[in-house]
Design a protein. Structure first.
Length: 176
């Protein structure tokens, strides 16, 4: 599956969201999205180093421009959702859900059984998205995400919740 197109509401009108596989030519765009969405963005070089045969990189486009991406890496029957981001002006329009859906479909076709991720315990919107999508909390990692400096100059860290989603692989579908 090279691309999917769905519709979402933007300013009261329906717009087409195009989700497609990205490649090395898209890394600069992904790096710009990453820098706009994360306090500690990954460099273009870091993103390029992740693009191997086991990596799934999807990009979401709305009105001709990139508005989000999803990056997952599969090792045997398990995949890690490394990053998912949607630019601020395109949030709350179902784009992250569309990226997750396409990620699930592509991983299931590769006989991946489980998708796992870490999410900051303090990131309520992301936790709610993942829970609605079917992820369950399977663990907790203390002091996983560094927090910003406070007025006193001290730093801290927040816990990460480890969440897991069981996928319906081709093999498991044949067994039922």
């Amino acid at each position: 599956m090279s691309s999917t197109t769905t519709e979402t509401r933007v300013h009261g009108a329906w717009e087409k969201v195009h989700v497609r596989r990205a490649d090395a030519a898209d890394v600069a765009t992904v790096a710009r999205l990453d820098a706009a969405c994360f306090e500690r963005p990954w460099s273009t070089q870091e993103l390029l180093s992740l693009l191997t045969g086991d990596t799934l990189l999807l990009i979401a486009e709305l009105q001709g421009g990139a508005v989000g991406y999803c990056l997952a890496r599969q090792v045997l029957e398990t995949a890690d959702l490394l990053r998912i981001a949607v630019c601020r002006e395109a949030r709350r329009k179902g784009i992250a859900r569309q990226l997750l859906t396409r990620t699930r479909v592509d991983l299931e076709r590769q006989n991946c059984e489980t998708l796992i991720l870490e999410v900051s315990e303090s990131n309520r919107p992301a936790r709610e998205l993942y829970t609605r999508f079917g992820f369950t909390v399977v663990g907790r990692r203390e002091n996983y995400y560094p927090t910003s400096r406070t007025g006193s100059g001290s730093t801290g860290a927040t816990a990460a919740l480890v969440m897991s989603l069981r996928l319906a692989t081709t093999e498991s579908a044949e067994c039922s």
